[in-house]
Design a protein around this ligand. Structure first.
Ligand SMILES: Cc1cc2nc3c(=O)[nH]c(=O)nc-3n(C[C@H](O)[C@H](O)[C@H](O)COP(=O)(O)OP(=O)(O)OC[C@H]3O[C@@H](n4cnc5c(N)ncnc54)[C@H](O)[C@@H]3O)c2cc1C
Length: 379
């Protein structure tokens, strides 16, 4: 009773992507799988963007895509075609619907709305306690951040990528919808790393997201005022706000995966799958879930899944710098974009560059700060 071969705790991006991959692999056909989420996942609670090759597995739920991206600051501006990549946007509701409708055809997978209170490693299995029940499994795949241990430690700096976004619609055509502005640092920095993120998905519809990489989140009205000021500076005054989103994504090299145990693996943001230096998570999740499927099928220990790599250390150095000198973001990113091709930067952020290209990217940023951060990490 209440025993499942696999329990996925949290049916958001990573939990549902795991369930989707399991549903498509016949290995799992005779296994019982339970997904627990406090919500029914039938609303558009966020929008994900990522870059990938022109065709990828989420194309059927793509909301928009751009061939060009813009980077802007007071000292440098570039608009560039990012071929072979495209910058892509997915509305979470479309993603949830695609996966939920797919898994509803599988009799071995159940999605249940439950508020999960805790998860626990027992001697030989894991236990999930919800408001109504207790469930047990040999393999618990968890995507809920149950504690803020990452904030309480001091070994690894913690920033947040925090933002408020307004989806706005203008009466007249107002936007160039061929390019996505991934960072516009021309906004006042106020001692932080602050930028506007602008995604025009038609000639009169766009997402404007006021974003910071910094330690403390702001009062809601501050993001709102900054978006309004920015729109005004672009002479966009006649618009309606059709939707809003807000988020705060941990940016830290804290080893979330150290909490993995014999029968519990943490995935998604809770598993450290958010790229520490950018907060991007979606693309990483597509890669890691595919790897985790292979790992599960080979019945390897869950604690052996995570492999630390050189990019973890690069992210650490950047976070060390931005944690200590948060105002440097605009100048660091400007120098990077000024001196490196956008494709190479994207490949580097995807953690797919060989070491000599890592150096080509990193040495384009002022070395003084990196050498100082490196020195402090190795002594
Ligand atoms: C507004 C927003 C926009 C983002 N945009 C991007 C982007 O453009 N690109 C990108 O790469 N990343 C983006 N991210 C970061 C990241 O991709 C998302 O947060 C992503 O959803 C993380 O996936 P996850 O599975 O870790 O967590 P989630 O998708 O948040 O899934 C966790 C699930 O757990 C459920 N849950 C939580 N607590 C409980 C509980 N007690 N009981 C039961 N269920 C519970 C939640 O309902 C949720 O469904 C964004 C984040 C936010 C918040």
């Amino acid at each position: 009773m209440n025993y499942y071969d696999y329990i996925i705790v949290g049916g958001g991006a990573s939990g549902l992507m795991m369930a989707y991959r399991m549903s498509k692999d016949t290995f799992f056909d005779d296994k019982t799988i339970l997904i627990l989420d406090k919500n029914k996942k039938n609303t558009n609670d966020r929008t994900w963007c990522y870059w990938d090759l022109k065709e990828d597995e989420w194309d059927d739920v793509l909301h928009n895509s751009w061939n060009e991206i813009i980077f802007k600051s007071d000292i440098y501006k570039v608009q560039e075609n990012i071929f072979p990549y495209q910058y892509k946007m997915i509305r979470s509701k479309d993603f949830y619907m695609k996966i939920l409708s797919h898994i509803s055809q599988k009799t071995n997978i159940i999605f249940q709305s439950e508020n999960v209170k805790s998860i626990q490693q027992l001697r030989e299995e894991a236990k999930v306690t919800t408001s109504n029940s207790v469930f047990r499994t040999k393999t618990l795949i968890n995507s809920i951040l149950f504690n803020d241990a990452y904030k309480k430690q001091t070994k690894y700096p913690v920033l947040q990528q925090h933002f408020v976004g307004f989806f706005i619609k203008t009466k007249d055509d107002s936007f160039n919808d061929t390019a996505a502005t991934i960072m516009d640092f021309t906004v006042a920095q106020k001692g932080n790393t602050r930028f506007m993120y602008v995604l025009p998905y038609s000639k009169n519809e766009a997402l404007f997201e006021y974003t910071l990489f910094s330690k403390e989140v702001l009062a809601y009205d501050i993001y709102k005022t900054e978006i309004e000021k920015y729109l005004e500076s672009k002479n966009i005054t006649d618009y309606e706000i059709v939707d809003k989103e807000q988020g705060s994504i941990p940016m830290s090299c804290y080893k979330f995966w150290k909490q993995n145990s014999k029968n519990i693996i943490h995935i998604g943001t809770a598993g450290g799958w958010s790229k520490a230096s950018t907060g991007f998570t979606f693309k990483n999740t597509t890669k890691k879930t595919a790897k985790l499927i292979v790992h599960l099928k080979q019945n390897k220990p869950l604690s052996k899944f995570h492999k630390i790599n050189k990019f973890w250390f690069y992210d650490l150095l950047l976070l060390d710098i931005l944690h200590e000198k948060n105002h440097l973001g605009s100048s660091l990113f400007s120098q990077l974009f000024n001196r490196t091709s956008v494709q190479k930067i994207l490949r580097f952020l995807d953690e797919e560059t060989p070491f000599y290209q890592d150096l080509q990217v990193m040495l384009k940023m002022p070395p003084k700060n990196f050498l100082r951060a490196l020195y402090k990490r190795i002594i």
